[in-house]
Write a protein that binds this ligand. Structure first.
Ligand code: MOS
Length: 743
C-alpha cells in the first residue's frame, strides 16, 4: 500500500475525515466532466476570435475576401454586423463582466488582444484558417504600456471610488520620525496571468428560444444573470452548466466577451457553437493580476516594538474600467502598529481590464509588508519570528475590532519546529554547502475570512441516501466532497451515501467561487438545510448524532408518509445586508469578512523556506518549504493538504518564475504562452511540508470554517526574498527574483 499519510493526513482536533474526493477516479481516468465535454444537440460549429494586433487606435477596414473563400466558413461577425446586445457592466460598476464595454461595439481599440471579429466554420481548422486570412486594417496610436510609460494617468483611488478612504490611524509620520530603527523601501510585483490548464471556452446552443451555455465558471448564477441581460432575455430562459472547472484562479469569475459571441453565433446559425479562446487570447480576454508598486516606511523602537507603518501602493489598470484591488486596510490590521497611514493609487494605460487573480490584494500587499517586516527585524538585529511575535495583536489596532481567532503564533511554533529554524545563523552568507549558498527565510501568510449568502437543497430518500443541490462550483478544490461531508455530519449519514450536484444554474443559488468563500458559505447553507430537514421530520441534532442515526431518519421518514423529505436552507453571514438572501436569488454578489467594523476575521499561516544559490552561476533552487496554517475548521485534511501545497508551490513560482512580460512600445504581452510564461514544473517543486494547526472559531459561521483556497500562496514570496538575502546579502525588491538580479 502506498503511504498516504502525507497527502491524506490524519485529522487533528476540529478536522473532518481525509476522504478521497468524489471525482478523483474520473479525473485520473480522463472522465468527461468539464463543461466542454458535455453533449450538445446537433452538429457543432466552431468559432474563432480575431483579436487586435494594436493596443490603441481604431479599425479602419476589414477585408473578408480571403477568409470567406476558406471552405466551410459559415459566418464572419465584426462591429459592422454584430446584432444588438444589452448593456453590460463590470464588477467595479456592480455588474458581472470583466469590462464595461460590449464586444464588437465599434472600431475603437482599447487594448492589444481585443476581439475585432469572430469567424465561425464547420471545423475548428477552417475557423482558424479563415481567422488568419481576415485582413484587418488599423490606424494605430502610441499606447501607454505600464508604469512609467508616457501618457499614463495616475490618480488617487478616491477619484474613481468615492467610498474609498485612505488608511489613517494616529500619526504615522511622527511615529516613524521617532523610531530607533526604520526601513524605507520600494517593492514591485509583475503582471501575472491565471493560466489555468483548462482554456476559456464557451459552447452555446438554443433550445426553443432558450439559451444553454456550457462554460467553465466560478459563478453560474452570475453568468446566467449577466448573459441574460446582455442577450436581452429573461433569466429563466438562460441555463449555465459548469459541472467541473479545470482551474480558474479568478479568471473564470467575471463574464468575458466570448460568451455573447458564442451565443449570437449559435442563435444565427441555429446550431451549437463552440468558442475556445487560445492560450494567447486568454491573456487579454479575461484580465490578469496587474503589476503593483509599493513604497513602505516601517519603524520600531530599540526593543523592536513597531512604531509607525506607512504604505503607498500603485496598481496598473485599464482606462475604460479601472478595476483595482486596494486592500491596505487588511495590511493595517496585521500587527500591533503604533500608527498607520496607507494610500492607494491607480495608474491607467492602454491595457485590457485586469481582474482578480488568486489572493488578489494579499499576494502583492503582504509580500511588500512582510518583506519590510523581515528587513526591519534584520535592522533591529532581532530574529524575524521573534520580531513578529512581539508585535502580535489580538485586535485590528486601527478600529479596535477584535480578531475572532488568530493562531499565527502557534503556526510559527509548528513551522519552526519542523523546519529547524533554531539552527539558523542570522548572519547573511554564513551558511554554505560547498558551492551552494544556503539561505533561510520566513514570512507570515494571511487571508481574510470572507463569506457570502448561499442556499442549498437537501433531499432524503427512503433508501437512506441523500442528495444535495447547490449551484456552487468545484474549481479543483474538492467542493462536492466537503459538501457531502458537511451534510453527512449534520444528518448522521455516511458521506458515501450522499450525492452532490453543483455547477448548474438550475440548482439553488450558491455564491461566486472566489475570495475563498465557498466552503464557509456552502457548508453553512447545507447545515441550515439539514437542520430544517431534521425539524420537519420531528428529529433533533441528537438524533443525527446517535449511533443509530440512519435508522432514526428512516423511521421518521416512514412516519411522515412522505416519499422523500426535502428542505432548502438559506444562510447569510453575520453583517450581511438584510436583503442578502434576495440578492443571492437575484444572482448578485454579497461579500462579508476580513477587516470589519466589529470583528476582524482572517486565517493565518507561517512559511519557512530554504533556498540554495550556486556561488558561481547564481542558479536558485528551493529544496524545501514548510508551511503551518490555522484556518478554523478543516472539513477534509486531504483536500486541504492539496490546496495548501498547491498554494505554496504557486507562491514559490510567483516569487521566482512567473511574470508576464510586456513590449513597452506596443503594449503587447510577449510571453503569452506557457512555454515562456514560467510556472513551476516537477523539477522546481521542493519538499513541501504542510502542517495544519488546529483552530476553533465559533464566531464566523455555522461550522467555523475560514476558507483556505487563497491562504498559502500569500507571504511565500517574502519568505523567498528573505532567504535569498540570507544566502547572498542581497535584497531583491522587484519580483520575480531572477538570476540577473543577484549576480
Ligand atoms: Mo479567486 S482570485 O478568489 O476567484
Amino acid at each position: 500500500m502506498a503511504d498516504n499519510s502525507k497527502a491524506a493526513p490524519a485529522p487533528k482536533e476540529n478536522m473532518g475525515q481525509p476522504i478521497a474526493r468524489y471525482e478523483a477516479r474520473q479525473k485520473v481516468m480522463g472522465g468527461k466532466i468539464y463543461s466542454s465535454d458535455l453533449p450538445v444537440p446537433g452538429k457543432k460549429a466552431y468559432a474563432w476570435m480575431v483579436t487586435s494586433t494594436i493596443a490603441k487606435g481604431r479599425v479602419t477596414g476589414i477585408d473578408e475576401t480571403a477568409a470567406k473563400a476558406v471552405p466551410g466558413v459559415l459566418m464572419i461577425m465584426t462591429h459592422k454586423n454584430r446584432p444588438a446586445l444589452g448593456d453590460i457592466a463590470s464588477f467595479l460598476k456592480g455588474g458581472m463582466f470583466v469590462t464595461d464595454n460590449n464586444t464588437l461595439s465599434g472600431p475603437t481599440i482599447e487594448h492589444e488582444g481585443q476581439p475585432v471579429a469572430m469567424v465561425v466554420a464547420e471545423t475548428f481548422e477552417g475557423a482558424r484558417e479563415a481567422a488568419h486570412k481576415l485582413k484587418v486594417g488599423y490606424a494605430a496610436e502610441s499606447p501607454s504600456a505600464t508604469f512609467e510609460s508616457p501618457g499614463v494617468t495616475t490618480r488617487p483611488m478616491g477619484e474613481i471610488n468615492p467610498r474609498y478612504k485612505p488608511v489613517k490611524f494616529k500619526d504615522a509620520a511622527a511615529a516613524l520620525a521617532g523610531s530607533a530603527h526604520r526601513v524605507d523601501a520600494e517593492y514591485s510585483t509583475p503582471i501575472q496571468h491565471h493560466n489555468s490548464m483548462e482554456l476559456y471556452s464557451t459552447t452555446a446552443y438554443w433550445d426553443d428560444g432558450k439559451l444553454v451555455l456550457h462554460e467553465p465558471s466560478q459563478f453560474v448564477w452570475g453568468l446566467r444573470k449577466g448573459a441574460a441581460a446582455q442577450m436581452k432575455m429573461d433569466e429563466d430562459n438562460v441555463r449555465v452548466k459548469s459541472p467541473f472547472v479545470g482551474g480558474a484562479f479568478g479568471g473564470k469569475g467575471a463574464i468575458t466577451v466570448r460568451t455573447a459571441l458564442a451565443a449570437l453565433a449559435a442563435r444565427q446559425l441555429k446550431r451549437p457553437v463552440e468558442l475556445v479562446a487560445t492560450r494567447a487570447q486568454g491573456f487579454t480576454i479575461s484580465g490578469n493580476r496587474q503589476e503593483t508598486q509599493h513604497k513602505i516606511s516601517l519603524g520600531c523602537d530599540a526593543q523592536g516594538k513597531l512604531t509607525g507603518y506607512d504604505h503607498s501602493m500603485w496598481e496598473f489598470t485599464s482606462r475604460v474600467t479601472p478595476y483595482n484591488n486596494g486592500g491596505l486596510d487588511n495590511c493595517a490590521a496585521m500587527y500591533d502598529f503604533g500608527a498607520v497611514s496607507g494610500q492607494n493609487y491607480i495608474v491607467q494605460g492602454d491595457r485590457n481590464v485586469p481582474n482578480f487573480m488568486r489572493s488578489p490584494a494579499e499576494v502583492p500587499n503582504i509580500y511588500a509588508l512582510e518583506s519590510a517586516m523581515n528587513e526591519l527585524a534584520a535592522a533591529a538585529n532581532i530574529d524575524p519570528v521573534a520580531f513578529r511575535k512581539m508585535n502580535d495583536t489580538r485586535v485590528n489596532v486601527t478600529n479596535g475590532a477584535p480578531y475572532t481567532s488568530r493562531s499565527v503564533n502557534a503556526c510559527w511554533d509548528a513551522a519552526a519546529a519542523s523546519f529547524g529554524w533554531d539552527k539558523r545563523n542570522p548572519e547573511p552568507g554564513s551558511m554554505r554547502d560547498g558551492d551552494w549558498l544556503i539561505g533561510w527565510g520566513c514570512a507570515m501568510a494571511t487571508y481574510p475570512t470572507q463569506m457570502a449568502p448561499s442556499a442549498a437543497k437537501i433531499v432524503l430518500r427512503k433508501n437512506g441516501t441523500a442528495l444535495i443541490e447547490v449551484a456552487a462550483h468545484d474549481v479543483g478544490t474538492g467542493c462536492y466532497t466537503i459538501a457531502a461531508q458537511a451534510a453527512g455530519e449534520r444528518l448522521g449519514i455516511d458521506p458515501s451515501r450522499i450525492t452532490v450536484q453543483m455547477g448548474d444554474s438550475r440548482l439553488p443559488p450558491g455564491p461566486i467561487s472566489g475570495g475563498s468563500i465557498s466552503t464557509a458559505s456552502v457548508t453553512s447553507a447545507i447545515c441550515d438545510g439539514c437542520d430544517r430537514l431534521l425539524t420537519s421530520l420531528g428529529l433533533t441534532a441528537d438524533d443525527a448524532k446517535a449511533s443509530d442515526s440512519a435508522d432514526r431518519l428512516a423511521a421518521a421518514l416512514a412516519r411522515s408518509g412522505r416519499p422523500v423529505a426535502e428542505a432548502t436552507g438559506a444562510w447569510a453571514p453575520i453583517g450581511a445586508p438584510d436583503d442578502a438572501i434576495d440578492r443571492l436569488y437575484d444572482g448578485g454578489l454579497v461579500f462579508v469578512g476580513g477587516a470589519g467594523e466589529k470583528r476582524t476575521m482572517f486565517a493565518f499561516g507561517a512559511e519557512m523556506v530554504e533556498v540554495r544559490i550556486n556561488a558561481r552561476t547564481r542558479e536558485i533552487r528551493v529544496p524545501r518549504m514548510v508551511g503551518a496554517f490555522a484556518a478554523g475548521r478543516i472539513m477534509n485534511p486531504r483536500t486541504a493538504h492539496s490546496q495548501y501545497m498547491g498554494g505554496m508551490i504557486w507562491g514559490m513560482a510567483s516569487a521566482l518564475l512567473e511574470a508576464t512580460e510586456i513590449d513597452h512600445k506596443r503594449a503587447r504581452y510577449t510571453n503569452d504562452n506557457i512555454a515562456e510564461y514560467h510556472l513551476a514544473v516537477n523539477a522546481d517543486i521542493p519538499d513541501v511540508d504542510v502542517i495544519m494547526v488546529p483552530e476553533v472559531d465559533d464566531e464566523i459561521n455555522i461550522l467555523g470554517v475560514k476558507g483556505i483556497g487563497e491562504l498559502s500562496n500569500v507571504g511565500t514570496a517574502a519568505a523567498i526574498t528573505d532567504a535569498v538575502w540570507h544566502a547572498t546579502g542581497k535584497r531583491v525588491r522587484d519580483l520575480p527574483v531572477t538570476i540577473d538580479k543577484i549576480i
